[in-house]
Ligand binder design. Structure first.
Ligand code: ADP
Ligand code: MG
Length: 498
């Protein structure tokens, strides 16, 4: 274990209120991310999710005597890719150790992990915390301590038989990356932003699907509290938190609990705790004294893992554009930090937006993607993958606005029609007569009619020019929203004068 250094200056914005003074949270996360690969870390068995129990188990995974592990090169590549995505040191030589413990879902009696020589060393994740009320984000660097490869265990199932428990070994031997942060996180928002960013990075890289609800990503959450600016306090570790929302609740509860103890003159015992999402509480699982002695030792069945620089360079050359680079590019194209941050947060959203923006005004494409499309998806609880409106259709709507065929307001109606019924926006506008009236004769007739019917309002508008807005509204109503608003405005100004 390396000495931990405090890299942060206390920021009152992050403080947690106590009875007599403010407290500062210190959080470090150990995230387990399941490697995206066809086969397990040391066997050829499938990693497919949701298969029938014990259908993806090789003799190695079941720990039959005499079976030997063989490292899966794809998992090694995935770990290196992830390390590169975290701007981390890649260790050309690493090694596997046995972590010994007994548990029914662990047939080997040990887990193969990397304690002493991890495949990836120190790195950094830059998180964007916010937006605040002005739409601004704060960038915070969170240090990565290490990333190592290890095996997942099987799963015990206790509720299926009155007197017996079952074991499902489908997960046994699946490759995990454990990504350990430095204790650089100072608030619940930062912790959430960190996991969100890490998940986004691995999804961009395709190294982990990031699905927390399926257990592909879960976090051990280390929390301590201290007086702002003082030394690190004693931490408690909350095991296996499997949603970002639960993590927020767990930290909040745990910080309160620790602050209450300290303010009552007590001290924190280092322990491992569990979060109960139903009660919203953490409770003790074991104290430091009860901690396991895992008797780690180098696995004699496996040679050290070695590769050369060329192996790493090749993977590096193939990396996709990551969220930070993409955000910078979007901002260079004229998007606000806020818009760019939302669009890059999910690769599928970024891809959709890029298709909409291709050959079009970026700002307009961003507005429609964020406000209209994401807004509607959110409302219906749909993800971008099952959006009823394709990028090509949304692009078509924008083209109609740009060509002055429809106003922005009518465009919202067209969007709704496409959302509900599908179809080509241009054809919808034509078939349903939704095109904007640019024929000045027709608009003029409507303007004249409104002016003639409201002489008193015309008088008022001469005194108060912003009364024109009322007339615009009337004309739009009379033309069922199809008059070109610019033409209406111009005509009214000329005719009313003032
Ligand atoms: P261990 O291997 O015993 O779990 P580590 O030092 O490797 O201990 O730390 C595990 C995690 O705990 C890391 O994410 C680290 O950032 C975090 N951590 C360490 N000290 C503290 C602290 N005082 N408060 C909160 N988190 C901490
Ligand atoms: Mg730990």
């Amino acid at each position: 274990m390396t000495a931990i250094v405090d890299t942060r200056t206390p920021n009152p914005k992050n403080f947690f209120p106590g009875q007599d003074h403010d407290w500062e949270l210190v959080i470090g996360l150990e995230v387990h991310a399941q490697v995206t690969s066809e086969a397990k870390l040391f066997s050829g068995a499938s990693t497919g999710f949701g298969a029938e129990q014990n259908s993806h188990v090789s003799l190695v995974d079941a720990a039959m005597p005499g079976m030997l592990p063989v490292i899966n090169e794809e998992c090694v590549k995935q770990a290196v890719r992830t390390g590169l995505g975290l701007n981390a040191m890649i260790n050309n030589r690493s090694a596997f150790d046995r972590k010994n413990y007994f548990y029914p879902d662990l047939p080997q009696g040990y887990q193969i992990s990397q304690l002493y020589h991890p495949i990836v060393g120190e790195g950094t994740i830059t998180i964007q915390v916010g937006p605040d009320k002005d739409g601004k984000f704060e960038s915070v660097d969170v240090g990565i301590e290490r990333l190592h490869l290890e095996q997942d265990a099987g799963k015990s199932m206790h509720d299926q038989h009155p007197t017996m428990s079952y074991v499902d070994l489908n997960r046994s031997g699946v490759a995990l990356m454990e990504i350990v942060s430095k204790p650089d996180i100072r608030s619940i928002d930062e912790a959430k932003a960190y996991v969100t960013k890490l998940r986004s990075i691995v999804r961009y890289l395709g190294t982990c699907d990031g699905n927390m609800d399926q257990g592909s990503m879960r976090a051990d959450v280390n929390v301590s509290v201290r007086k702002p600016g003082s030394d690190f306090g004693t931490r408690c570790e909350i095991k296996n938190v499997n949603s970002i929302r639960f993590m927020g609740q767990a930290i909040d509860y745990e910080a309160r609990r620790q602050i209450d103890i300290m303010e009552a003159g007590g001290s924190i015992e280092q322990e491992t705790r569990l979060f109960d999402p139903v009660k919203g509480e953490t409770r003790s699982m074991r104290s430091k004294e009860e901690a396991h002695d895992y008797r780690y030792f180098p696995d004699p069945d496996l040679l050290p893992l070695e590769f050369d620089d060329a192996f790493v360079e090749e993977l590096k050359a193939d990396l996709p554009e990551l969220p930070d680079e993409k955000r910078a590019r979007f901002m260079a194209d004229g998007l606000s930090e806020y818009d760019a941050s939302i669009l890059v947060s999910d690769k599928a959203i970024a891809d959709y937006f890029e298709q909409v923006a291709s050959g079009r005004d970026a700002k307009m494409a961003a507005n429609w993607t964020i406000n209209d499309l994401l807004g509607a998806l959110n409302k219906d609880g749909k993800s971008i993958e099952d959006s009823p409106v394709t990028a090509a259709q949304l692009g078509g709507i924008i083209d109609l606005i740009k060509a002055d065929t429809i106003s922005g307001k009518i465009a919202k109606d067209v969007f709704e029609i496409v959302w509900n019924e599908g179809g080509d926006p241009a054809k919808i506008v034509e078939d349903r007569g939704m095109a904007q009236v640019t024929d000045t004769g027709a608009i003029e007739a409507a303007v004249d009619e409104i002016i003639a019917a409201n002489p008193d309002k015309v008088e008022q508008a001469r005194e108060k020019p912003n009364m024109i807005g009322w007339f615009v509204g009337q004309v739009m109503k009379a033309t069922r929203g199809k008059a070109n608003p610019k033409a209406v405005n111009e005509l009214l100004r000329v005719k009313i004068g003032g």
